[in-house]
Design a protein around this ligand. Structure first.
Ligand SMILES: Cc1cc2nc3c(=O)[nH]c(=O)nc-3n(C[C@H](O)[C@H](O)[C@H](O)COP(=O)(O)O)c2cc1C
Length: 350
């Protein structure tokens, strides 16, 4: 052992006779060399309040400055406002009454609309049936333990079967329920135009089975699929072709992707999944809770897709950066009733 190592070895004071707890003593030199810089960094991160008296009037309000000035400024995080109004007390009866108006027939009407809207859209657009998904046999334990986010991707093509499997496990239909039980339900109609529709339920849970999240896919380099923008239709396990990828689309996508992280290059991944929340699909029932449900449901779908990607040996990563407004323009959604709240990239590992 060198004299420096000897010097830096923490010594334990022997206080056994006085029955005081044992303490380890860090030599001053080791503290100054190794621990002091870290301590300073932790202290300055926790304590520095980068409060600016100009925060209220400046255009650039970085999160750190808003956080720092929270005691002296009127400028707050929008999320704080949302949280303060989110289920604010037990007398906030709005969500409860809102949900209760969905009892009986209106709930059935809302649920039947999910399928009817999909069928209507399918009739209007070019629909591509996906091949049956592959059955994932890998153990749940290993998938959970081994899942990691990866940005390093090779750009090698994906198969259509892999895409189908990702979408099925992510947000595909895994069962159905009927709206009414003819024996138990008093509202069973005595006359009907046909058998009651079932409603379809999916791999990821959804508040009230209203499924406010749509998956849009930017596909580049997937076998048997033209590069383009698609929309997943879970009930028919198919894709709607929104539009082929133009040169302008590809340029816009490349520029956006360049802001997502150092290792992230549009040429290297094959699928970008955009999670689009339709405000009125669930907020008519849940009020402002609807937005929280939208975020929660995105998380559930995204984790399903991560685990499916892991099982298929693919790399996947969530992407928090980029401009929401630009992306909504790219997707051709209005940014008012429909919002792109999240995205994810998937490719062959690099
Ligand atoms: C909402 C969300 C946004 C994320 N955004 C990015 C991102 O923009 N770029 C990136 O490289 N990783 C991103 N990640 C991945 C995280 O860095 C990653 O999950 C974290 O380091 C933990 O690693 P693990 O996922 O491998 O367990 C994001 C993850 C989540 C959940």
């Amino acid at each position: 052992m060198t004299s420096l190592e000897e010097n830096n070895k923490a010594s334990i004071t022997d206080d056994s006779e006085s029955h005081t707890p044992k303490r380890s003593q860090v030599p001053l030199q080791r503290y100054l060399e190794q621990d002091h810089p870290n301590t300073l960094e932790i202290l300055s991160f926790s304590e520095s309040k980068t409060a600016s008296c100009y925060l209220d009037t400046t255009a650039v309000r970085v999160s750190d400055a808003i956080y720092g000035a929270s005691g002296v400024s009127d400028v707050n995080f929008l999320s704080l406002e949302y949280l303060l109004n989110f289920k604010k007390s037990s007398i906030d009866l709005g969500p409860m009454y809102g949900a209760s108006t969905y009892a009986s027939f209106s709930a059935r009407a809302a649920l039947s609309l999910v399928d009817k809207k999909e069928k209507h859209l399918n009739n209007q657009c070019q629909v591509l049936a996906l091949p049956p998904p592959q059955k994932i046999e890998k153990s749940f334990d290993s998938l959970i333990r081994e899942r990691r986010s990866h940005s390093e991707m090779s750009g090698e093509p994906l198969t259509l079967g892999q895409l189908s499997t990702l979408l099925f496990y992510g947000d595909g239909v895994t069962g159905d329920k009927t709206f009414i039980d003819p024996v138990q339900d008093e509202s069973w109609p005595s006359m009907s135009l046909g058998e009651p529709d079932p409603y379809y339920v999916r791999s990821a849970p959804s508040g009230g089975a209203l499924y406010p999240i749509d998956l849009y896919l930017l596909v580049s380099n997937v076998d048997q699929l033209e590069n383009g923008l698609y929309r997943y239709r879970p009930n028919s396990h198919s894709l709607i072709n929104v539009r082929p990828l133009s040169d302008d689309d590809w340029d816009a996508h490349k520029k956006d992707a360049a802001t997502w992280g150092d290792n992230i290059h549009a040429e290297k991944f094959n699928i970008t999944i955009f999670y689009v929340y339709s405000l009125f699909k669930n907020s008519r029932k849940y009020g402002d809770l609807g937005l929280a449900f939208g975020f929660i449901e995105i998380g559930m779908i995204a984790q399903n897709i991560h685990l499916a990607a892991q099982a298929l040996g693919l790399a996947s990563n969530c992407i928090g950066g980029g401009s929401k407004v630009m992306r909504e323009r790219f997707l051709n959604i209005d940014g008012q009733s429909q919002h792109c709240l999240h995205q994810m990239i998937i490719g062959q590992p690099g």
